[in-house]
Design a protein around this ligand. Structure first.
Ligand code: KPL
Length: 306
């Protein structure tokens, strides 16, 4: 059996571990080892118990294990590089990595520096943790896999087949860069505002926030036009991006967005991976992005209190 290492025992990491464990050997690696008995609640409400191998990076490195077929990095975006460094000495440089981060921060950096293949995955699977030993698979959605330079289509396709067999419907795509930016655009319009105001996604539709959503989308649409990234719904420009954002707000109206969960738990947010790349691209293209910069400053201020 091949082995998959899952670096980052958050909700997506544990969902992945539960799903892959019947098909391949799985090891979950984190700062602390999890209890071996892990419980998954499916979207249908079924409860599944599995015993998963879980260890710290130090334990893994000291064990000198056989090289894995894939390393999935499922940490928060800003933690991905440090997590990879913590196990790099146990990895042949040709090991394929799969980056599951939000935003567009870790993906280009690790693709440029890791000698082996680097795949990126973007998913709309919904999951949340219920403690050290529990994860709830809240909703199903597609996963897309590809690499930024389109050099590893075969590897991405084989991973997509495995993920689909594991119950996480996945496809190999040749436009993962655009898909990452498209998700980032939606996250930029929703996450900072709900995190700063402590509201569920659906509340953005109200008069108190909808104007700010429009203002964010205006800046994001201008930046992505310069980057050659078009909205996924076939439309054009600001109106199509706005339509997409309102659609996601509608579909996730009752969600507490990930950034709001981070703020409530006093964890550093993913502002650097979501707003950071937009602000950096805006500056590169000579575009103003005062709204995005304002959100970034406000979030930075909130994080000072953590
Ligand atoms: O992806 C999300 C997140 O919470 O990070 C959205 C789309 C905003 C849904 O909550």
């Amino acid at each position: 059996m091949t082995t998959h290492w899952i670096l980052g025992p958050g909700a997506i990491g544990r969902l992945l571990a539960h799903s892959l464990a019947p098909l391949v050997d799985v090891a979950v690696i984190g700062r602390l080892a999890l209890p071996s008995r892990q419980v998954l609640t499916t979207p249908e409400g079924d409860v599944r118990v599995q015993h998963l191998t879980s260890l710290t990076a130090e334990q893994l490195v000291a064990d000198t294990p056989a090289p894995p077929a894939f390393v999935h990095i499922t940490t928060k975006a800003m933690a991905a590089e440090a997590a990879l460094s913590s196990i790099a000495s146990a990895l042949p440089p040709s090991t394929p990595l799969v980056l599951w981060q939000n935003g567009f921060y870790a993906q280009p950096r690790i693709t440029q520096t890791w000698p082996g293949p680097v795949l990126c995955a973007t998913t709309t699977q919904g999951a949340y943790l219920t403690g050290d030993d529990g994860v709830v698979h809240a909703g199903r959605g597609p996963t897309f896999v590809g690499d930024l330079d389109n050099q590893h289509a075969g590897l991405a396709a084989s991973l997509a087949v495995l993920l689909s067999e594991a119950g996480l419907t996945a496809s190999e795509v040749n436009d993962i860069r655009s898909r990452l930016w498209q998700k980032l655009a939606v996250n930029a319009a929703i996450n900072p505002l709900v995190a700063l105001h402590g509201v569920r996604n659906g509340e953005l539709r109200g008069d108190a926030y909808s104007g700010r959503v429009v203002a964010v989308v205006r800046e994001v649409a201008a930046i992505l036009a310069k980057e050659g990234v078009v909205p996924p719904n076939g439309g054009e420009g600001e109106a199509a991006w706005l339509e997409l954002v309102w659609q996601v707000v509608e579909n996730t109206a009752n969600n507490k967005a990930s950034m709001l969960q981070d703020v409530e738990a006093k964890r550093l947010t993913e502002r650097g991976a979501i707003l950071g790349p937009l602000i950096e691209r805006a500056e590169r293209h000579g575009l103003r992005c005062e709204v995005l910069k304002g959100l970034d400053r406000e979030l930075a201020q909130v994080e000072v209190g953590f």
